[in-house]
Design a protein. Structure first.
Length: 114
């Protein structure tokens, strides 16, 4: 999508603080963190939200999910744990309509954050 912020980040048009990249997955630090560690993990192809997951893109989405524990481990979150969140739609707080997962950790997180 030409106006998608995350597509522009993947394309290198907008800088990011990248923590992981492979053929299908891109991860970078959130610019407005809600925890000491707050990383966004996205599929490189544009998928608007979790509601748009289908048989056609499930392999890409599964690669994103498989990357999340590796990314969390590389960020030192194995011992204390971490939270993974995705928002779907305006009422849930989705502000960028490109499927993304938040990895949050680095401290004990309040229940209200999830």
């Amino acid at each position: 999508m030409e106006n998608c912020l995350f597509c522009k980040i993947v394309a290198g048009e907008i800088p990011s603080n990248k923590v992981y990249e492979d053929e299908d997955v891109f991860a970078f630090h959130d610019i407005n963190p809600n925890a000491p560690v707050h990383v966004l993990v996205i599929p490189k192809p544009h998928i608007p939200s979790i509601a748009a997951v289908s048989g056609e893109n499930i392999e890409t989405v599964s690669r994103v999910l498989l990357a999340i524990p590796k990314i969390a481990s590389s960020l030192g979150l194995d011992e204390g744990g971490y939270r993974v969140i995705t928002n779907c739609g305006e009422d849930a707080g989705q502000t960028v309509h490109h499927l993304h997962f938040h990895i949050l950790g680095g401290k004990k997180l309040p229940v209200s954050l999830g």
